[in-house]
Write a protein that binds this ligand. Sequence first.
Ligand code: ADP
Length: 369
Amino acid sequence: MKKHYEKELAASLERGKKTYKSLRSLQTAFTLLVLIIFVSAGLITAGMFELLYRMGFIPSAALTPVILPILTILACMLIGTLLSLLFSRAFFNPLRRLIKANEEIKRGNFRIRMDERTHIGEMTKLMQSFNSMADELEATELFRNDFINSFSHEFKTPIVSIRGFARQLQKDNERRLLTDEQRREYTDIIAYESDRLARLSSNILLLTKFENQQIVTDKTEFYLDEQLRRIVLLLEKEWSARGIELELELDEVKYSFNEEMLSQMWLNLIGNAIKFSPDGGKVRIRCKRREQYIEVDITDCGEGMDEATLHRIFDKFYQSDTSRKSDGNGLGLAIVKRIAELAGAEITVKSEIGKGSTFRVRLPVGKQM
Ligand code: ADP
């Protein structure tokens, strides 16, 4: 690891030297330009004096008024050239550092930042925009790493479990050490984990599809209240088995959108309300027609969420510690958020620990994408 880092550092220095050489030529060009300007100015002045002398305006070219300006110009040329060499160095230094910092970014080091204080005007702006670009890249990189970690964790856990129990069953084919009950338990676990994997894959596919989608296609007009009732029926097995009561208060409202997409949003929200409700609890679904929008509230009297959880529930793969035990993969609300974005809808959550949560969706009327 250390050796690899040293190699990288040496390569970086080598690259730095090359960059410096090309900069040096830029600096030389800048200095030469100043020199050419000075020489041209001197020659033009001398030429003018020569012309004036030939036209008889100046009696002798050797006269002090002629020699003196030429000497002055020569001195100016020399001093000016030296000064431009010095100034150009100071002028190019921040750029040189910026090029090095860009090289670092190119190599994937997003932690590098430029000093904004020592520069003025455009330079300060350049450094500031470089720093904000590096901030953005670092945040994206962190998010990507986090996503990849969660993604591989979510996939690996069920696979490891399936492999472990399948191997146990394989061994048992030869030695017959497991009881019937153990064998049943192992096959149940394999079936459960396979279901989890299947759900995870379809949720990832769904989220990727919605994330890549910019325009909503296949829009139709349908009754929103009917759609909500259908979802409640679809989830009947889940709520009736646990004695959960569903209370519906639905205005008859027509809505125009991709029906399947909106169904997915209700399925995830109502599914969560049931999942996080205690046995024998109550879930209330309300749909109201307002002037500017249609308001859908999904309220449960479950465990509720604290501020920290509320802050992260729409993140991909986020599950609060207590819900890790329950089925789910933390993608449901990320999908809900994306659908809401595509619908131009506003989604808010109110929750209190021990009392329950309300998810409120406000669907705009007549200005969806
Ligand atoms: P999951 O598959 O875990 O349900 P979601 O994205 O749907 O994933 O939800 C993310 C997390 O938000 C859940 O794990 C849970 O901690 C929290 N959450 C969502 N809905 C509720 C709710 N109605 N009551 C309490 N917590 C909830």
